[in-house]
Design a protein around this ligand. Structure first.
Ligand code: SER
Length: 590
């Protein structure tokens, strides 16, 4: 096995695939263009969806790249050995060109050839699709792997939950996949230990997707016009294996970031260090992207704010001085300067935004700290009640972790169970997206923005119903203090009657004053319930579904008003074109 660094691995990948006739394309933006199904590019195939569906790509039918990706579904897992919210995906594609035979032979070659990764074939295991009513058992791939030299006992048949790549959105190109794993030195955890087990014995390296279906809105799998291959290898995880490390944070990409954090910290805590390293790295890429965003309370800006505020919070744990995050961000930019020069070009913007958010959060915290001091002054006994901690959270946006931390300094405890109970009670009463605020430590969603966000959901469904066209779908949404702006697919201008009918439908939902109920479920469950809207993930990611009576059911991160009756009167102020086949509505609440 070759112990190589990140530069060498990226270069090896592109060299290998160019020699096999592929055009190497550059990474697409992290912020998907005109795609309402996800907030960030989550896999290399995502920007290529139109081509997987048959559009002609200027680079031809064989493509390869290294794609920047962000996935925040597992944000709470960050801090362990392998989870990251940003990662690079090495990918190659056949757009109706080669299929299983070539791809499996090349995968084997790249993994085992002395010229490339030089992994001992006996240390490799693969999985193939076990078959079901939508698609047959993949004996063909199993046979091809065996012909290459993979041991029969290292081939595992797994069901759709493991060996199927779903669409980036709810509909789209998909198919069975075959995953490759490195078998590490640890013992089997049980008799049934295999690649579907996450005990650490089998480490996933690469995924070959044989994309031959299009999943339609009614859940059917129709054969695609062309059979595609979509593969993805996680750069960080592969480096971890090749470099013989126990954690991605010990690979060449992270070593300088971790060293910087340690040099600035007064206290050491591996989990906090990893969280800061991960969140600052992701924030640098989000702000520094060609379509980079800054902090806000909606969409990508909301995720960025959440990442930065978590980093600040964990920074306090390490006693980082203010301004330290900017220094860490400089190290991140430096590591990637040759691979992603856009970060260097945007460095002022990146550093300014991180400082500005730090200041904003400090202000929120300063008010909360004053209140905390008062609380301590009147405190009897050694445990701060859950209710009091909740009041600090609810009124001042003060994260409970902060309360615990400050209490500890005063020799006090916090009844965190009581906090969660008060929190749940409040949530049941208000049905707001409070949990989102809690997780991100956000305090400054304005009421207006929250209400406009709720109105956007009502508008989305009202448009679908009034225009009675299943192809009416969200293309984009932007909310300011003054108005909402909603882009959707529709081929012509709306008539005055249609505009009035849409307004009336939204106002009908407002007049009904139904509660806005938030539930968490898997994407599959949401789809079954007929929810519209964003997000899907291969890994069974759970999503939030907001339901407003019979007026709306939509996947969304929140936050939202408690009841539709809180919104006021809805009025459309403008309806106009926003590009071919896309209309734009601006509306206000009065
Ligand atoms: N789309 C597949 C994945 O992300 C292969 O690229 O795993």
């Amino acid at each position: 096995m070759k112990n190589i660094d990140s530069y060498t691995l990226r270069n090896m990948w592109t060299k290998f695939y160019s020699e096999k006739g592929h055009t190497v394309i550059s990474s697409a933006s992290l912020i998907p263009e005109n795609d309402p199904t996800v907030l960030f590019t989550t896999a290399g195939m995502h920007p290529l969806v139109p081509y997987l569906l048959g559009a002609k790509h200027p680079g031809g039918t064989r493509l390869a790249d290294v794609q920047k990706c962000v996935r925040t579904g597992d944000i709470d897992e960050v801090g362990d050995a392998s989870h990251c919210t940003f990662f690079e995906m090495l990918g190659n594609w056949s757009l109706g060109d080669y299929f299983k035979k070539e791809q499996i032979a090349w995968s084997y070659e790249f993994l085992t050839s002395p010229e490339y990764l030089d992994i001992d074939p006996d240390r490799l295991a693969v999985t193939v699709f076990a078959g079901d009513e939508d698609c047959p058992r993949d004996e063909e791939s199993a046979k091809l792997w065996m012909e290459c030299g993979i041991k029969k006992e290292h081939i595992f048949y797994l069901p759709k939950s493991n060996n199927w790549w779903g669409p980036a959105g709810i509909t789209g190109p998909c198919g069975p996949d075959s995953e490759m794993f490195f078998i590490s030195d640890v013992k089997d955890c049980s008799d049934s230990c295999g690649p579907d087990c996450d005990c650490g014995k089998y480490l996933e390296i690469w995924n070959d997707v044989f994309m031959q279906y299009n999943k339609t809105a009614d859940g059917k799998f129709e054969p695609l016009k062309q059979k595609n291959v979509d593969t993805g290898m996680g750069l960080e995880r592969t480096l971890c294996i090749l470099q013989g490390k126990k954690s991605v944070y010990d690979t060449d990409i992270f070593v300088p970031i971790m060293a910087k954090i340690r040099s600035l910290a007064a206290v050491s805590d591996i989990k906090a260090e990893r969280i800061i390293a991960d969140h600052i790295r992701t924030s640098v890429f989000i702000i520094g992207d060609e379509r980079g965003v800054t902090c806000s309370n909606v969409d990508q800006g909301y995720i960025l704010r959440r990442l930065l505020r978590r980093a600040i919070r964990f920074g306090r744990q390490l006693e980082l001085a203010s301004g330290a995050l900017v220094e860490i961000a400089k190290t991140v930019i430096d590591i990637y300067k040759d691979v992603y020069p856009e970060l260097v070009a945007a460095s002022t913007k990146i550093l300014d935004e991180i400082s500005a958010e730090e200041e904003r959060f400090e202000k929120t915290l300063a008010t909360g700290i004053k209140e905390f001091e008062k609380l301590v002054f009147y405190q009897k006994g050694d445990t701060i009640s859950g209710k009091a901690a909740f009041r600090l959270y609810e009124t001042y946006g003060f994260p409970v972790e902060m309360t615990v931390e400050l209490a500890r300094e005063k020799g006090l405890k916090v009844d965190t169970d009581g906090f969660h109970e008060a929190y749940r009670e409040h949530q049941q009463k208000s049905h707001t997206g409070a949990e989102q605020k809690f997780k991100g430590g956000l305090a400054d969603h304005t009421e207006t923005i929250t209400k406009l966000h709720t109105a956007t959901h009502l508008l989305h469904t009202a448009l679908k119903r009034v225009l009675n066209d299943p192809d009416v779908n969200q293309k984009g949404s932007n909310i300011t203090e003054e108005r909402l702006r909603f882009d959707f697919t529709f081929g012509r201008a709306l008539t005055e009657e249609e505009i009035a009918a849409v307004e009336a439908k939204v106002n009908e939902a407002i007049a009904a004053d139904v509660p806005v109920v938030c539930e968490e479920m898997t994407v599959d469950e949401a789809r079954k319930q007929g929810a519209i809207g964003l997000f899907a993930s291969k890994y069974g990611e759970r999503v939030k579904v907001y339901t407003m009576g019979t007026y709306s059911k939509e996947i969304c991160g929140g936050p939202h008003a408690s009841r539709t009756g809180d919104l006021g009167k809805f009025r459309i102020i403008k309806e106009q074109s926003s590009g071919a086949g896309v209309r734009r509505i601006k509306a206000v609440l009065e």
